[in-house]
Design a protein around this ligand. Structure first.
Ligand code: MF3
Ligand code: CO
Length: 257
């Protein structure tokens, strides 16, 4: 807050095509991992599958080595919001797991995340997943050239409010392109009039993080895993999008969707 926003790089058609390719790899990896989420599977097994498939598809994992991050995916279970490190923990029925993946294709990035139920989950947890996915969809619909960035933030926050859920404030979306994190920051809360004007050629990662109780978070001693302070479950959905003259294109969408 209060810092001047640096210049947002606009992408041309060839750059966006590379991001589309990166995004498609991310989408394929997420679709495959989703099929393997079940009780007994460990997040390390999911990470191994992700790295193999991502590289087979011609991509390079973007998270691995990023400030020393050790894996291809982030796997965040229940009260873990984001940046969970894959490990020997096995998923249990009733858990939710957020899988976040980033890929690079010819120097351009794609970044997306889904939160997946493990077997049957409590109805209020299922509602959390649905509302967070809806918040992402509404944020994408609001992302139109000529509007302030705050249109996205406001759309996301409105879905959370209507669902009676809290928005995690310490983390948010971001510009993305040749780097995973470019300007601007994209808050998941705040008034619709705030922020820079969206322009065609901006490429953004939108990523609402909602929780069932309080929004406050802290980072575990592993220096990565972000958890809710009250231990309540959190959900996170993310897409990489490109602003066009005519709405937003989702770059991390599976083609057959
Ligand atoms: N999707 C996350 C983000 O946008 C991924 C970062 S995880 C890291 O911040 F390990 F690469 F930092
Ligand atoms: Co991101």
């Amino acid at each position: 807050m209060g810092r001047k926003q640096s210049v947002v790089p606009l992408k041309g058609p060839e750059e966006i095509e590379r991001m589309r390719r990166a995004g498609r790899i991310v989408a394929q990896v997420l679709a495959e991992l989703q099929r393997h989420v079940r009780p007994g599977v460990t997040t390390r097994q999911l990470d191994k599958m992700a790295e193999e498939l991502l590289r087979d598809l011609g991509g390079v994992p973007s998270f691995k080595g990023y400030y020393g991050y050790p894996a291809t995916i982030c796997a965040s279970i229940n009260e873990e919001v984001v940046h969970g490190i894959p490990g020997p923990r096995a998923l249990k029925p009733g858990d939710i797991v957020t899988i976040d993946v980033g890929a690079i294709w010819e120097g351009y990035q794609g970044d997306a995340a889904i939160t997946v139920p493990v077997g049957e989950v409590e109805p209020r947890v299922q509602a959390l997943l649905e509302a967070t996915q809806k918040a992402l969809a509404e944020g994408i619909s609001a992302a139109r050239a000529g509007r302030p960035l705050g249109a996205i933030s406001h759309a996301i926050e409105s879905v959370a409010k209507r669902a009676g859920l809290a928005v995690v404030r310490e983390y948010g979306g971001h510009g993305i392109g040749q780097k995973m994190h470019e300007p601007p920051n994209v808050p998941n809360w705040g008034p619709a009039h705030r922020g820079i004007r969206l322009l065609a050629g901006m490429t953004l990662a939108l990523e609402p993080m909602l929780t069932l109780c309080k929004a406050q978070t802290r980072v575990l001693d592993d220096r990565w895993t972000v958890v809710t302070v009250d231990g309540c479950p959190a959900a996170h959905f993310e897409h990489t999008i490109a602003i066009t003259e005519d709405g937003a294109e989702i770059l991390t969408r599976l083609l057959e969707e």
